[in-house]
Design a protein around this ligand. Sequence first.
Ligand SMILES: C[S@@+](CC[C@H](N)C(=O)[O-])C[C@H]1O[C@@H](n2cnc3c(N)ncnc32)[C@H](O)[C@@H]1O
Length: 395
Amino acid sequence: MKLHNNTIRGVHSALEAIFEEGQYADKVIERTLKSNPKWGARDRSFIAETTYEMVRWWRLINYLSPSKDYWDLFGTYWLMQGNELPPWEEFARINPEKLKTRYEALEKPALLESIPDWMQELGEKELGDKWAPEIHSLNEEAEVVLRVNTLKMNREQLKNRLAADGIRTYIVKGYPDALILEERQNIFRNPAFKEGLFEVQDASSQLVAAALAVEPGMRVIDACAGAGGKTLHLAALMENKGKILSMDLGEWKLQQTKLRARRNGIDIIERKVIEGSKTIKRLKESADRLLLDVPCSGMGVLRRNPDTKWKLSPESIAQVQETQQEILQSYPSMLKKGGQMVYATCSILPSENEKQIQKFLNSEAGKEFELLEEQRVLAHESGFDGFYIARLMKK
Ligand SMILES: C[S@@+](CC[C@H](N)C(=O)[O-])C[C@H]1O[C@@H](n2cnc3c(N)ncnc32)[C@H](O)[C@@H]1O
């Protein structure tokens, strides 16, 4: 592949914004591409992919690179990918043989997998033998997975519709609404997206709403709804009949659900900002089903958000664990007796998952609950994101 000076500069400025200004990788890439409308499709995908991969391998690249200069870092990455460097003076400091020898001598797993030392220790402690294959898998590029909006068409129809536009997809057993793109591309530009025929949602994430066993006509609360990915799926499973109360701390997040619901042809969603314990108390025993898609470390979705590796810390994980238990202690009061709830995270750490559920069940608030099933979805076993899903019933 031929390298172009200006696209490499685009990657440099994106990396600068991510590492020196602490901005989120996905937002930075979106902005970089938007501000340079002259770049063609190839240049765009080069910039997006290279930035993501350099963020993912940042620790290893920095270890192997002769300096912290962005040209040295890029050149090192380019060689690591098995490419050759053009004879540009920008790459004069890089010695491919030296780099290869240094790489081959590496033994430290945290360097080889390009993660912080604390993350390696935590992963080993929590997952034992499963950690090595899991982190290896979490370093791979994520696939683009669609969820067909069954309110508008079935999966086969969507598959054919996309095929007519030259977009090839395949299906995987066990995920009834999922279609996976054979080739990565900007699918949001396709008219089928604008018509609300699908959402982009990882296959593991699609298991969450499905686990809640909703039925048309039910009253459902999605208590950590964010921008509404699972809310939309719940509405489709309910055939757009009944009521979903979509709640979160921030109004701006819930606003996004409004637009998405309109595109999806959904009109059973009500939004409510959580203003404190009063909001929760007012909804006592009002829901047939409750989804707690709680905030988490995001350690199961490192494929999609590789910058999480560098933003997380043991302290931030401890803090989010506190929030998870607070939510478990208070929100289930919104569920009717005989109702069911799902607690889910996109983390692979038992301390955010099984251990939180056990702590809840052993507490006063958890006394009335029974654990019906739990699924630990690991990336290296499923091929998709890492998730945890527990279904409980209020007796
Ligand atoms: C994993 S995300 C939710 C993703 C969303 N369900 C989806 O499918 O797109 C967790 C959400 O919990 C929200 N959150 C954080 N603390 C909360 C709290 N105490 N109560 C309710 N929501 C909270 C965050 O704002 C965030 O949107």
